[in-house]
Design a binder for this molecule. Structure first.
Ligand code: T3D
Length: 267
């Protein structure tokens, strides 16, 4: 049986997913994207998993779409019609980006090397993005005549503002991890050797926090980007009202009063 394109490990409440085509810098094939979606769905369904951590095998996080995948690679034969790339997005990248955004647990990316094209935007679509200091981010799309996809046009201006987003997307230059952190593109840079441990520590910390509140925080912030101030305040009140009836709020406040560590359960 062939090696899995997504390696899966369980570390307590953390489900680690490792993109595993190191010989092609973990470039995404259709088969790999299907496996990644199945792995995310399984993590979402597993009540014991309270955080997902995504990283890459070898020296890269992911070089984005595998440009040699027969589903997208244009034929060099004269007269052969090019493939419709929209199908690839409709059937693979859009469902993946939506799934990441809707995960019922927080998702952390540990970017261990280059993250290019859709590989960059899968990482940036995660809730927290840690990177090793030799990692880098490339919006490689313009260099092959495409627009940023897998959420790039939505994510980039929100993360770094329109001017910088356009610079990143139009020039397609490599942005080193330290610069990515300075721009607000990612959360944190750590020395390469410390990345696996640091990312796992962050994931374990998230796994111990009240999952439902974390996920509603992500949703509320995404929604608030489209709202005026007062509707955003009212949305907070609705969410707070719901969360206030849940176990984790009662447990969190009781633990505080009892001067003990809380044990959160809601998902
Ligand atoms: O097309 C559609 O379906 C629409 C959706 C598009 C989504 C996208 O992601 S578009 C963007 C696709 N990605 C790219 O354009 C990036 C292409 N790769 C690179 O620019 C460079 O490889 C990197 C800057 C990422 C890394 O450079 P470097 O010098 O460290 O490594 P390398 O030597 O270029 O690559 C190592 C191997 O990985 C090499 O294979 P080989 O020669 O050792 O057999 C290379 O061909 C392979 N590889 C790297 N990226 C891809 C790839 N193979 C297929 N597809 C790739 N994207």
């Amino acid at each position: 049986m062939s090696e899995s394109l997504i390696q899966i490990e369980q570390h307590g409440g953390v489900r680690l997913l490792r993109l595993n085509r190191p010989e092609a810098l973990n470039a995404f094939t259709a088969a790999m994207l299907v496996q990644l979606r199945h792995a995310l769905a399984a993590a979402a369904e597993d009540g014991a998993t309270r955080c997902v951590l995504i990283t890459g095998a070898g020296r890269a996080f992911s070089a984005g779409q595998d440009l040699a995948d027969p589903l997208v690679a244009p034929s060099r034969e004269p007269g052969v019609a090019p493939k419709n790339l929209g199908h690839m997005l409709d059937h693979y990248y859009i469902p993946l980006a939506l799934q990441l955004r809707d995960m019922p647990v927080p998702v952390v990316a540990a970017v261990n090397g280059v993250a290019a094209g859709a590989g960059a935007n899968v990482a940036l679509g995660c809730d927290l993005v840690l990177a090793g200091e030799s990692a880098s981010f490339i919006q490689a799309f313009s260099k092959i005549g495409l627009v940023p996809d897998c959420g790039g046009t939505w994510l980039l201006p929100r993360l770094v503002g329109r001017a910088k987003a356009l610079e990143l997307a139009l020039l397609g230059e490599r942005v080193k991890a330290v610069e990515a952190e300075r721009l607000g593109l990612i959360s944190r840079v750590v020395p390469d050797a410390e990345l696996p441990e640091a990312a796992m520590a962050v994931a374990q910390k998230l796994a111990g926090l009240p999952t439902r509140a974390l996920v509603q925080t992500r949703r509320a912030m995404d929604e608030a980007l489209h709202l005026e101030f007062e509707p955003a305040l009212r949305r907070e009140a609705v969410l707070q009202s719901q969360l206030g009836f849940a176990h984790d709020y009662l447990e969190g406040t009781a633990a505080f009063m009892d001067k003990r560590l809380p044990v959160f359960k809601d998902r």
